[in-house]
Design a protein around this ligand. Structure first.
Ligand SMILES: [Zn+2]
Length: 426
């Protein structure tokens, strides 16, 4: 069994404890020992990484991944690519995420049913580089809901499965399960990009959501929901949805429902998309802050800050990431969410990093049973060795050149530690 010893690192273990100097031994795919002092773990038979002056932390988890999104500016970019090209694109994005320190990706949804499945299988087999992937399904929506791109005069199909009624939902979810999807995605509420079903509307019914949850769970799969409206979020919580996305609007009753479901659900606010639009970062792609204002993006950002600050206080497990893959917010920049969590939701830097690691690890763990997301004995060895202090400056995590070592499942994906030492000596 291969053994790697990270010697003399500054260790941030994601347990909530302060960073400490010590050694970490990895054996096979797991963390075998963590020492709070240097030189206490025998180095015999180990590949030794001199980690002095570097920070060792768990790999990050993207909680709402769209692996099939690359430089998207409109839904047409999700519909137009042929499956062959789209599969290669998805494989490229998976590598980009791993290169940027994301050792796990929880698939939200993909633009075609089997894109996440095919790439997950290749990554699991060790034939393609990428994070540990839970494959997202196509979006499942209802007639006229978000993702229904057709019109009476134009049958153009959107990147979604359209169902009406619980029986059609059962069939759609079974189809996604049969084709290998791990996570089933429901478009429960409306969205500012769909004027006929705005964010506060709720086209999908409770009965449809409930059927999706029962069916997915009977296959051992999980359910993700796009929900911005109060009625949608309440229906998701009551129906047993596992992961809720966006959730901008809330009231006291909704917050109480969240609190009751605290040990069961995970929430990704996915604030990046609206933040970037409101800050004019999408202006070059025809989506200026002014246009965003007309779409009600500012109000949604305000509601997001209010709701998720409250959810933080109530101990709901937030995960970072989500809706990266647009032309102005590419996959690879997902760790920007760390700063947004501090800015909008009042997290400390260490707590935000905990959302990216410990909470994300808990999310991945609930299906695999193998614990990850912390530096702890017995946990899967997903590790980043960072040239810099991520707690002092998140930008260190956004710069792949500073990710000196990237280890996934105990396997060395990238090791530049020798180069760093040479640089230090020069
Ligand atoms: Zn999304």
């Amino acid at each position: 069994m291969s053994k790697t010893l990270f010697a003399g690192a500054r260790i941030w273990d994601a347990s909530g404890a302060a960073p400490f100097e010590g050694d970490v031994l990895v054996e096979g795919q797991r963390i075998r020992a963590v020492s709070r002092a240097r030189g206490q773990i025998a180095a015999a038979g180990c590949q030794v990484i001199d980690a002095q002056g570097l920070c060792l932390m768990p790999g990050m988890v993207e909680g709402h991944a769209h692996l099939s999104f690359e430089a998207v500016t409109a839904t047409e970019d999700l519909i137009a690519p042929p499956p062959e090209e789209h599969t290669l694109l998805t494989a490229r994005v998976a590598k980009v995420l791993l290169d940027h320190g994301f050792t796990s990706a929880w698939g939200a949804s993909e633009a075609k049913l089997r894109l996440g499945v095919a790439v997950r299988n290749e990554v699991d087999a060790g034939r393609l580089p990428g994070p540990r992937i839970r494959a997202g399904s196509l979006e499942i929506t209802v007639t006229g809901g978000m993702g229904d791109e057709s019109k009476l005069h134009n049958p153009r199909k959107g990147p979604s499965i359209i169902v009406d009624g619980p029986e059609e939902m059962r069939k759609a979810v079974r189809l996604c399960c049969r084709e290998g999807c791990d996570n089933i995605k429901l478009d429960v509420s409306g969205d500012p990009f769909y004027p006929n079903t705005p964010a506060h509307s709720t086209p999908m019914s409770f009965e449809e959501i409930r059927m999706a949850v029962d069916t997915a769970h009977s296959y051992g799969r999980k359910v993700n929901a796009h929900t911005r409206s109060i009625a949608g979020t309440q229906a998701c919580l009551r129906a047993g949805v596992d992961v809720l996305y966006h959730c901008e609007y809330s009231d006291e009753a909704t917050l109480d429902l969240f609190e009751e479901a605290r040990d069961r659900v995970f929430v990704a606010p996915t604030v990046s998309l609206f933040h970037t639009i409101a800050n004019n970062e999408a202006a070059g792609n025809g989506l200026s802050a002014e246009i965003g204002g007309y779409m009600g993006i500012g109000a949604l950002l305000e509601a997001s800050a209010k709701t998720h600050t409250e959810l933080r206080k109530r101990g709901i497990r937030h995960v970072i990431g989500g809706d990266y893959g647009f032309a102005w917010s590419p996959n690879g920049t997902n760790a920007r969410d760390l700063g947004f969590f501090v800015q909008y939701y009042g997290y400390t830097p260490a707590e935000a990093l905990g959302c990216a690691t410990r909470n994300g690890g808990d999310l991945m763990t609930q299906v695999s049973g193998d614990k990850l997301g912390e530096i702890r004995e017995g946990y899967l060895a997903d590790l980043l060795l960072v040239d810099g202090d991520p707690l002092a400056n998140f930008s260190h995590l956004l710069d792949p050149a500073r990710l000196v070592v990237i280890m996934k499942d105990g396997q060395m994906y990238k090791n530049q530690s020798g180069a760093v030492q040479r640089r230090a000596a020069a």
